[in-house]
Design a binder for this molecule. Structure first.
Ligand code: ATP
Ligand code: BTN
Length: 247
């Protein structure tokens, strides 16, 4: 069947809601199905940190996608989704968005969007995946503190964009890239991602649990792991184990 795009006015978290639907056998999910919320009361980032936005201020959506070959075939997915968001932004004349490994989209050095990928169990071999995106449409800097510098489309464009058009662009871009990713894996996207890397060849600070150290961002490998140059040579980091800041 065709994918379904559903809009709800209030949900705690579109990611949580889609994960529930995956578990609940009554819901027959198809790749590309989307849930959009006008308001999230418990929007989440990584490590349980909150995604905050005034009502309607950020486009908050989750898309379902399945990976019949399991977790391994998802390597690089959060980076691929970042590329898809950057592609979508081009429809609004924005061609200088950048990506912060592994899951953030930046505009003029400030966070515009965040990506949260979750897997709801592996049923048989298939990994059932929820791709969550929060993209700021109008989150005024002086009125709303999200805990770190952020940007939004309204201030960048000088006018409020049509939220439906932004949603359509993001969803369309995911629908275009995800089948290619499923077929060919992340490898063809490595150079595309590296051209968008916010910290390419720059000094970065990595936080790994209690441990903090710095190095130089030397891009990514075919699995989407970050390559960091330190005095000991090149080390490889996977998403989920480290947080990254500019040095
Ligand atoms: P990491 O690099 O470890 O992913 P992060 O800053 O991206 O760090 P996440 O947990 O992935 O952190 O995302 C949640 C963070 O996003 C929150 O701690 C908050 O600082 C930030 N945030 C919350 N709402 C918004 C928003 N509307 N716009 C921009 N950033 C936001
Ligand atoms: C990040 O900032 O790094 C990730 C934020 C992801 C936020 C989106 S909003 C839609 C979806 N539902 C959630 O609860 N989180 C994601």
């Amino acid at each position: 069947r065709l994918s379904v795009v559903e809009v709800e006015s209030v949900v705690p978290s579109t990611n949580t809601e889609l994960k529930k639907r995956i578990v609940n056998a009554r819901h027959n999910m198809a790749d590309g199905d989307v849930l959009i919320a006008e308001i999230q009361t418990a929007g989440r980032g990584r490590h349980g940190r909150p995604w905050l936005a005034p009502a309607g201020g950020s486009l908050t959506l989750s898309m379902y996608w399945s990976f019949p070959d399991g977790y391994q075939s998802m390597a690089g997915l959060s980076l691929l989704v970042g590329i898809a968001v950057c592609e979508a932004l081009k429809e609004f004349g924005i061609d200088d968005a950048q990506l912060k490994w592994p899951n953030d989209v930046y505009l003029q050095g400030k966070k515009l969007a965040g990506i949260l990928i979750e897997v709801e169990g592996q049923i048989g071999a298939t990994a059932h995946c929820v791709i969550g995106i929060g993209l700021n449409i109008c989150v005024p800097d002086n009125q709303y503190d999200v805990g770190q510098p952020h940007s939004d489309l309204a201030s960048f464009l000088g006018q409020l964009p049509d939220r439906n058009a932004v949603a359509a662009a993001v969803i369309g871009s995911l629908w275009e890239l995800l089948p290619k990713f499923t077929q060919r894996g992340f490898e063809p996207f490595v150079p595309v991602w590296q051209a968008l890397d916010l910290y390419a060849d720059k000094t970065i600070v990595l936080q790994m649990g209690e441990k903090r150290f710095s190095g130089i961002d030397r891009g990514i490998d075919v699995s989407g792991a970050l390559l960091v140059e330190t005095a000991d040579g090149i080390s490889r980091f996977h998403g989920g184990e480290v947080s990254l800041r500019g040095g």
